[in-house]
Design a protein around this ligand. Structure first.
Ligand SMILES: Nc1ncnc2c1ncn2[C@@H]1O[C@H](COP(=O)(O)OP(=O)(O)O)[C@@H](O)[C@H]1O
Ligand SMILES: [Mg+2]
Length: 287
């Protein structure tokens, strides 16, 4: 009789194995998401870097032209000659274009700076501590990081309410928001709209991600949080994004739920997070 209690049963051993496998899969989903992000960020940075580079080349040519003019002044050229050179180098165009080139290059560099600081914010993956965080800042960061996935699929509308800081592991909440945004974009066929809405309700912070995509079939609504549940073709979906998100929100003592828009067009994901973690909650323990 006591045998049964001393040794873990076969069922218990299986459960432990399953738990391990689950953890490994979630880890690989995380890595896949990071790979996808890296590709997106490379693409986002490539464009501004490309035109800043070509602007620098134009700047070089313009400077050569301007030096021709100043050198001619040094060489004591006649006023007529100087005017001829000025006309020859298309001085007025050059003057206007220089301004444009500099403005455009500055904008490009700003864009790269924004992406890099978003990546920095985003990459505190090992940071497993609950801290007070500004959810809006996290959402902005995440939007910047997934901009490449979203901009061809949807207008993103930010409808932010008043939110106090929320006690959370912000890198993990960012990851949930990212999963929801990418899913929303995937659900849109041509070009649609994604709304990110926030509000405070009692002691809960609410974040809603609403899309006007194809919606979730009624019979799938209670399956989407299952690991491996996907309606996407092989290679496109892992079916782990929402189950990972569910685990993260659970660890935060919050809730996440999906419902189709009453109009039958699109889906709303609603996350509810306690502003403060209950003392000695499972979420506050290490592990
Ligand atoms: N915004 C959405 N609109 C429609 N369907 C969705 C949406 N978000 C999730 N789904 C459904 O839930 C499934 C599971 O999502 P997820 O766990 O992120 O896995 P994956 O995106 O890899 O399929 C998706 O395959 C899709 O059928
Ligand atoms: Mg997904």
């Amino acid at each position: 009789m006591s045998d049964i209690n001393d040794k873990p049963s076969e069922q218990e051993q299986l459960n432990v194995k399953l738990e391990q496998a689950n953890r490994q899969l979630l880890q690989s989903e995380k890595l896949a998401a990071i790979g996808q992000l890296a590709a997106g960020v490379a693409h986002e940075i490539n464009n501004p870097v490309g035109y800043v580079y070509s602007n620098l080349q134009s700047l070089g040519t313009y400077l050569d032209d301007l030096f021709r003019l100043t050198d001619a002044v040094d060489a004591g050229a006649s006023l007529e000659d100087l005017r001829a050179i000025k006309q020859n180098i298309d001085y007025s165009f050059l003057k206007a274009d220089l301004k444009d080139l500099l403005a455009e290059s500055r904008e490009g560099i700003e864009r790269v700076k924004t992406i890099i600081s978003a990546m920095k914010d985003f990459s505190h993956i090992d940071d497993e501590e609950f801290k007070l965080a500004d959810l809006h800042r996290g959402i902005e960061t995440t939007l910047n990081v997934v901009n490449n996935e979203l901009k061809y699929k949807a207008n993103v509308i930010k409808d932010f309410g008043n939110l106090p800081e929320v006690e959370c592991i912000s890198s993990q909440i960012n990851q949930v928001i990212m999963n929801l945004l990418v899913n929303a974009a995937h659900a849109i066929d041509d070009f649609g709209e994604i709304t990110v809405r926030t509000q405070c309700s009692g002691d809960q912070a609410i974040v809603e991600i609403v899309d006007n995509g194809k919606g979730i079939a009624e019979e799938n609504l209670n399956r989407i949080f299952e690991p491996f549940f996907t309606t996407k073709p092989v290679g496109k979906g892992t079916g782990l994004g929402l189950s990972l998100s569910f685990n993260i929100i659970q660890k935060h003592n919050g809730s996440i739920a999906a419902e189709n828009a009453p109009t039958g067009k699109g889906t709303c994901f609603r996350i509810s997070l306690p502003l403060k973690q209950p003392e000695a909650s499972p979420g506050n323990q290490q592990g």
